[in-house]
Design a protein around this ligand. Structure first.
Ligand code: NAD
Ligand code: DAU
Length: 339
């Protein structure tokens, strides 16, 4: 079995590659990644020498390159993680989100059509469903919830999902789609809430909380997401969408305070800043389908997962200190100074 994992030098793709390379020594795992600001070869350091792993640099939206890769490698499965993934960046500058998330997905699908594929898996997000009200804790996203997006990021991901489904219906490409809630864990880029708060706490810097910090996210430890995708590509039904989430809802303020207390810092570091435009209030996944069909359940609850994550950031300071000392500082100043 030969699997091309796109976006594997990023957060979730990197964790997925570790999972697959170690679990399936008989498979060939190829990482295709453009190494944007979010891609990091350090994330793949421990698998680079493994005989069943290969890294290839390239852009999923580059048609000639992608066709050449399919011709050379003849993959059995594509797992597409490659994306621009940060909502705030999509509000600042949407264009590259359309190029990578929509056009890039289209190029991969065309390559599957031209060269054949046993399975194309699209890694999507619960953000395609929009948001739920804070006062209706009885509501959850199911696979039947209509797509209703809020940000250029989520709109580009929803558009890609529709394209994947269209290629299944029109051309018979054997596809699956997963829509997961917020991930956290090792190798999470420090522009996102949890690693940003951990890094700022450790550096005694202000902790920027958007609005009142009341927005709710449904946090999933990244290894649980990787296990779910592993199950879907092996046993998921072709043409189906699977929601992935573990009923670990927390307000942003709860998350920030949990990190502050775990690191023995002061709540005085919390700084309320101007809210994100179009900010989704609450995400919450109903994972009944994947549980009933594939027997998947999350194994790491938030209270345990956040401790493991904080410990990882303490043990791997060089990984994130390298990031925040470079170009990232310009991004941080643009987004947060005077906000
Ligand atoms: P990330 O930003 O950490 O990593 C994205 C990776 O894609 C990087 O390595 C980057 O270099 C690569 N990439 C970007 N553009 C590319 C291109 N044109 N060609 C090839 N590679 C390219 O993202 P992440 O948080 O790991 O998210 C991965 C996927 O999972 C995304 O599709 C995202 O929409 C989805 N997702 C993320 C979450 C989350 O909580 N982070 C939750 C649900 C779904
Ligand atoms: O739900 C899945 C999605 O989760 C993925 O599709 C996205 O790729 C991923 O980035 C994530 O999106 P969010 O916007 O939910 O994640 P983020 O970490 O950016 O923000 C989490 C919450 O914290 C959100 O309500 C905004 C808030 N926030 C974020 C940052 C970066 C703050 O209050 N302060 C911050 O500095």
């Amino acid at each position: 079995m030969k699997i091309i994992v796109t976006g594997g030098a990023g957060f979730i793709g990197g964790n997925f590659i570790h999972h697959m390379v170690n679990k399936y020594p008989q498979y060939q795992i190829i990482c295709l990644d453009a190494l944007t600001y979010a891609g990091n070869m350090e994330t793949l350091k421990s698998v680079m020498e493994k005989p069943n792993f290969k890294f290839i640099k390239g852009d999923i939206a580059d048609r000639e390159f992608v066709y050449g890769l399919f011709e050379d490698e003849k993959p059995d499965i594509i797992v597409n993680f490659a994306a621009e993934s940060h909502v705030d960046r999509s509000i600042d500058d949407p264009e590259v989100f359309l190029k990578t998330n929509y056009i890039g997905t289209g190029v991969l699908l065309d390559a599957c059509r031209k060269y054949g594929i046993k399975r194309y898996h699209q890694v999507s997000t619960d953000e395609v469903y929009g948001d739920l009200p804070l006062d209706r804790t009885d509501l959850f996203f199911t696979e039947e919830t209509p797509l209703h997006t809020s940000s250029p990021y989520s709109a580009s991901k929803a558009a890609a999902d529709l394209l994947v489904q269209a290629y299944h219906r029109t051309f018979g490409i054997p596809v699956t789609i997963s829509r997961c809630s917020n991930n956290y864990g090792p190798y999470h880029f420090p522009e996102k809430l949890i690693p940003l708060i951990i890094a700022n706490c450790l550096n005694e810097k202000p902790l920027p909380v958007y609005g009142k910090g009341e927005n709710v996210r449904d946090w999933l430890y990244v290894e649980d997401h990787c296990r779910a995708i592993d199950l879907i590509i092996h046993d998921g039904r072709v043409g189906e969408v699977y929601n992935i989430g573990g009923h670990n809802e927390r307000t942003n303020l709860q998350v920030v305070k949990t990190i502050i207390h775990a690191l023995g810092k002061s709540e005085d570091l919390i700084t309320y800043v101007t809210d994100r435009l179009g900010h989704d209030m609450r995400y919450a996944i109903d994972p009944t389908k994947i549980k009933n069909e594939l027997g998947w359940e999350p194994t790491t609850l938030f209270d345990e997962g956040i401790k493991k994550t904080i410990q990882w950031y303490l043990d791997n300071k060089s990984w994130w200190e390298n990031i925040i000392s470079g170009e990232y500082q310009k991004y941080y100043d643009k987004m947060y100074v005077g906000r």
